[in-house]
Design a protein. Structure first.
Ligand code: F6P
Length: 547
């Protein structure tokens, strides 16, 4: 592995080794040769400084890191999540019933496909009964709104998918999402909701997450206050791996949808955690999303690395992060329906690969996950794109775009697409001082003014991007897109030698918040904290008149 890293650094150190535009000049077929496809899905990686030599070195690195073995172990359901001794078998959630996938857990191996098939059938029946009005609320009215209470992986995936799939045409039910333990969020989520027609889903893999427990209790009180305590059983369902805790909350067994610990929270939208998607967008849409993800699973599992979309996307990321030293990564979907995609990817990428020790506990020498951020294009162009064009740091971008919209405003869509392509082009070519000087001179500007303005207007260019283009944002295309990123993250984790499937840092935050709570509520704070925290607690209490 060390040899492959060394070679990559040497390639980047060649004169012009970071430049992209000369590669196009040298090879007219570059775009075609660095574009990969899977049906209509197109991944153009040509706007990077990856040439044939760099690609060969990256592929050698993947071989040296044992990516082939890792991929085989992942799909065999082995415990690739080593710190928790679990498989990461989210692929079983979208595989056909008969796929025969298995998944390791401490103390045994699950027949993952059989478990998924049973739970998926139960979900499908439940969704059909709700949509047909066979399952109704306590007053006999049909459910018209689903309220999903959950946070992190129990919120971001379903929220993003529901928005993506129901913005163009409303689905069978409306959906709301409540994640934050902030009374303002709770009030907003309940505002204008009719409890008699609201189906509440408590989504929590662990069923111990404080925010979700607090919000579930608040919504339960709201519903019981309006319809009576006896109504709760008809309005609440739970999506969890912790069936004992669900029973304690008092949710009817037939309204409980389970999954197992080999599904990570941030990979759980395909599990019962996706029930809000099926209710809001329809079962067929949910199933098509699963099918699209499974198509990507099969592609990732069966395709040689050089032609493998998640592998190539991951390798491009590695080149930028570890060789060129980029620390941030922007995701710009030129699709308003994907407004929540960056938030989803922030958890997927940063919770998965925000690690600094190898599987054996030894420290990682270089960088791992970059900071992921994004906004829909074109909005992003009028806020932070300035930094990407002229800031001192290089920030690679993923541009994401559907060729056909699901509206009839054809010209608006062409303008949207023109902006996406133009931004990628502007990052690539920039604006040279010579061109600017020529233009300003041609407009009659005085030489002194040209000299004063030119440095401000130069855009250096040679800034990399990937473009992900597909025909339409169908449920199938969405599933495929998300799975592309999931596998990209797994490949990068393998190459960095880290555990992409645990999240001990976040667990620490959960624990500390619970420990600090008494100091905000008991008559006298008794906890031991650093000086800053002690002072802030005192100030908080005094501003509330409690000190
Ligand atoms: O924030 C940490 C985390 O464990 C995430 O990984 C998870 O998605 C989220 O909390 C919610 O957890 P749960 O689904 O168990 O309520």
């Amino acid at each position: 592995m060390a040899a492959a890293w060394k070679r990559l650094h040497a390639l980047a150190a060649r004169p012009g080794g970071r430049d992209i535009t000369p590669l196009f000049a040298a090879d007219p077929a570059r775009a075609a040769r660095h574009t990969l496809t899977l049906d209509d899905l197109t991944l153009d990686l040509s706007k990077t400084a990856i040439d044939d030599a760099v690609l060969a070195a990256l592929l050698d690195l993947a071989d040296a890191a044992g990516l082939g073995t890792f991929r085989a172990r992942l799909f065999a359901g082995e415990a690739v999540n080593t710190s928790e001794r679990r498989a990461a078998m989210h692929m079983a959630l979208r595989a056909p019933d008969q796929a025969g996938l298995r998944a390791a857990l401490p103390g045994g191996v699950d027949d993952a496909s059989a478990l998924v098939a049973a739970e998926r059938a139960k979900m499908r029946d439940f969704v059909a009964a709700v949509h047909a009005g066979r399952l109704r609320g306590a007053t006999g009215q049909r459910f018209d709104t689903v309220l999903n209470i959950g946070i992190g992986g129990s919120d971001l995936g379903p929220r993003m998918a529901v928005e993506a799939l129901t913005s163009a045409a409303p689905g069978p039910m409306a959906a709301r999402f409540l994640s934050n333990v902030d009374g303002h969020a709770t009030l907003a989520a309940l505002d204008g909701l009719d409890p008699a027609r609201t189906l509440v889903l408590v989504a929590s893999k662990s069923f111990t997450t404080q925010e979700t427990a607090v919000n579930a209790a608040a919504v339960r009180a709201w519903l019981a206050g309006a319809l009576g305590e006896a109504a709760v059983g008809q309005h609440f369902a739970a999506l969890s791996t912790n069936l004992d805790a669900v029973a304690t909350f008092g949710i009817r067994r037939e309204f409980v949808f389970g999954f197992r610990d080999w599904v990570g929270g941030r990979y759980s939208l395909w599990s019962p955690v996706g029930l809000s998607i099926a209710l809001a967008a329809g079962w067929d849409a949910f199933q098509a999303m699963l099918d699209g993800a499974w198509a990507m699973d099969c592609h990732f599992r069966d395709t040689e690395f050089a032609q493998n979309l998640p592998v190539r996307l991951a390798l491009a990321g590695l080149w930028h992060i570890n060789i060129l030293g980029t620390a941030n990564h922007a995701v710009l979907a030129y699709d308003q329906r994907l407004a929540h995609l960056p938030a989803f990817l922030q958890q997927l990428e940063m919770e998965s690969n925000g690690k600094s020790v190898h599987l054996d506990g030894s420290p990682v020498a270089g960088a791992t996950c970059p900071v992921i951020f994004g906004e829909p294009g074109t909005n992003a162009q009028h806020s932070f794109m300035q930094l990407l064009h002229q800031g001192p740091a290089t920030i690679p971008v993923d541009f994401i775009l559907a060729a056909r919209p699901d509206h009839d405003r054809a010209e608006a869509h062409r303008i949207l697409a023109a902006n996406a392509f133009a931004q990628a082009e502007a990052l690539l070519h920039g604006r040279s001082e010579a061109d600017l000087r020529r233009e300003m001179a041609a407009s009659g500007m005085a030489e002194a003014e040209i000299a004063r303005l030119a440095p401000h207007r130069v855009c250096p260019g040679e800034r990399p991007s990937a473009t992900i283009l597909f025909e339409r944002l169908t449920p199938y295309a969405l599933g495929r897109l998300i799975a592309l990123y999931e596998h990209k993250v797994a490949v990068q984790g393998c190459l960095w030698g880290i555990d992409s499937f645990d999240q001990w840092g976040v667990e620490l935050g959960k624990m500390l918040a619970k420990g600090l709570l008494p100091d905000l509520s008991l008559p006298r704070p008794g906890g031991t904290h650093d000086g800053s925290t002690t002072a802030l607690i005192a100030r908080f209490r005094s501003l509330r008149g409690e000190e």
